[in-house]
Design a protein around this ligand. Structure first.
Ligand code: HEC
Length: 152
């Protein structure tokens, strides 16, 4: 029985290591990694890895625009990260899982912080240069209260 437990434990442990499991970041940012990124390097990373689809200034090309803080008021306003997404730590979460660099590798946590900071900056939602767990968690997205809570 003990052997079986060890076997099961090892299988679960190694499969999570081998599959490079990505942690789901909570909406309050409480389990964001303890590192940091810089908006200026996020800008550089963006130009190289993202602009060919999202446009040079994230204005949208073949992929959706990532900038736009116009309030969601009617049918003609595009939903963007800036005016639609309710929680800033989820930008980190999304980019970490969905995006790869030019060598088809996941970005490091530092790079993800940097790109997240850059996207928030061009949406006028972040003013500094260095972004970390605390700063990202503190950002209140403009549309945070624009959703209907179905759990109540
Ligand atoms: C090969 C083209 C391509 C590249 C390169 C690319 N993206 Fe995307 N991205 C897309 C497409 C297409 C979508 C829309 C996906 C969807 O709606 O399901 C998207 C969606 C997004 C979204 C969500 C937008 C929203 O409003 O929901 C973000 C944020 C984003 N990309 C950031 C980036 C960043 C940062 C990079 C560079 C690290 C990048 N993308 C590179 C094609 C690309």
């Amino acid at each position: 029985m003990a052997m079986l437990n060890i076997l099961i434990f090892s299988l679960i442990f190694y499969s999570s290591v081998i599959c490079n499991e990505i942690t789901t970041i909570e909406i309050d940012g409480s389990n964001l990694p303890e590192t940091q990124g810089e908006v200026s390097s996020g800008k550089k990373i963006f130009k190289i890895n993202c602009s060919n689809c999202h446009g040079y200034s994230a204005e949208g090309l073949t992929a959706p625009e990532l900038v736009g803080s116009q309030k969601l008021s009617g049918d003609n306003v595009s939903k963007t990260v800036g005016n639609y997404w309710p929680y800033a730590p989820k930008i980190f979460d999304y980019l970490k899982r969905a995006k790869r660099n030019q060598n088809d590798e996941y970005f490091s946590d530092q790079d993800i912080y940097s790109i997240t900071g850059y996207i928030l900056k061009i949406n006028d939602l972040f003013e500094g240069e260095v972004i970390d767990k605390k700063k990202l968690s503190e950002i209140i997205m403009p549309n945070r209260d624009g959703f209907i809570n179905l759990s109540n």
